[in-house]
Each structure stands twice: as structure tokens, then as C-alpha cells.
Design a protein around this ligand. Sequence first.
Ligand SMILES: Cc1cc2nc3c(=O)[nH]c(=O)nc-3n(C[C@H](O)[C@H](O)[C@H](O)COP(=O)(O)O)c2cc1C
Length: 199
Amino acid sequence: MTAQKNTKTPQNLEDLFDEFLKEVEKDLKSKGSFWNPTFVTAAQIPNARTVVLRELEVPFFIIHTDIRSQKWIEVEQNPNTLLHFYCPNRRWQMKVTGLVEKMGESECKAEWAKISQSSKEVYGLPFSPGLPCTDPKTAGTPKKLSSKDEEKNSFENFGALRIVASEMESLQLASPEREGYHQRALWCLKKQDYSYLTP
Ligand SMILES: Cc1cc2nc3c(=O)[nH]c(=O)nc-3n(C[C@H](O)[C@H](O)[C@H](O)COP(=O)(O)O)c2cc1C
């Protein structure tokens, strides 16, 4: 089967970034590659981990986490963070840099209301993420939340982070469906300034 030329190839950089936002929207529904970015912090030493992107409304990227986790401490030490996306099918990398904010209690309650019961149960695990444990099965098996009090206790470990993007950098590798060359581009959100970069 010969690959069809993608007629939706962006004609300009504004379209390119709009296309990324649309593709993220799709992946949030279908749990595609852009649903699972890598969240990078840089406190004393760099650190990175996979997360679930809960919501994107430019310039805000929302993620959830356990407030007992290392990343929660690290963003206090340095709020400069990076979200790294890569989709192998699209051969598309996106790097989003910005400052992270801890969302307030009422916003966290609203986020909590959106997540599944099984996600809520994870926040009820008794020990802090990353602590040594002797029994990985017990340490990693969430308990059902069978009362309001148990749900309240889980919520106490729940935190939501808002990454406020300042720059987004795209790299699309050449592919038969797209173009025969690599294309790298930068979107500076504050200035609404788009530019091509040498890949
Ligand atoms: C597919 C996948 C999705 C994940 N989603 C999240 C998430 O949304 N939030 C989160 O805190 N950890 C998530 N994790 C776990 C993190 O990658 C990480 O192991 C954990 O949060 C501890 O990180 P830290 O010690 O650097 O804070 C996910 C892991 C995987 C493999």
C-alpha cells in the first residue's frame, strides 16, 4: 500500500501548533501517545517521569500527582519545568517549557471530582511514593474506598499541578505521509511569535 500525502500538512506555523493542540485533544480521549508526556523537573539534579496529561487549555497543562511524591518537593525548589511529548506514529516531538503552579484546594476538589474511583484509590496507598518497601504487592495494591472518610484520606494526598507554558518547540521528522525533510519550530506564547529553527 502506498502512503497517501497528508493534505492537512500545515501551511504556516500557527496551523502547525493548532494541529498539535487538536492532536492532543484526540489523544486525551483515545489515550494516545500525547496523553502520556514526560514531566521534567530540575531541583538539585534533573528528574523525569511519565504522567497523564489531564487537560490542555493553552497555556495551561494540567497534571495530577501525589503530594508525598518527589516531584511535589522538587517543583517547590524550582518551578521551572518541562513537558516532553513524543508520538512515534506521527514522528512528532513537542517540548513545552514553563513555570509550574500548585493548584489551590477548591481547584483540587474540582479535579478530584473528574477522576475515576480507581485513580482515587491510588492516593490512598499508605506509604509515600519512592519509599523503600519489603512487600511490593502490599505497597502497590490500592484498597477500595468504602467510606467517605477513606475517600477524604485519599484526597489529602492528592495534588494538581498547572504548568503555565511559555514556549513550545516542535520537531517533526521527515515521513512519507508528511514532507521529505525534518521540521523544527518554536512558538513563544507570550509574544505570540512563531519561528522555524534548524532541526
Ligand atoms: C503510563 C504512566 C502514567 C503515569 N501517570 C502519572 C500521573 O499522572 N501522575 C503521577 O504523579 N505519576 C504518574 N505515573 C508515575 C510516575 O511516572 C512516577 O513513577 C511517580 O509519579 C513518582 O515520581 P517522582 O518520584 O518523580 O515524583 C505514571 C506512570 C506511568 C508509567
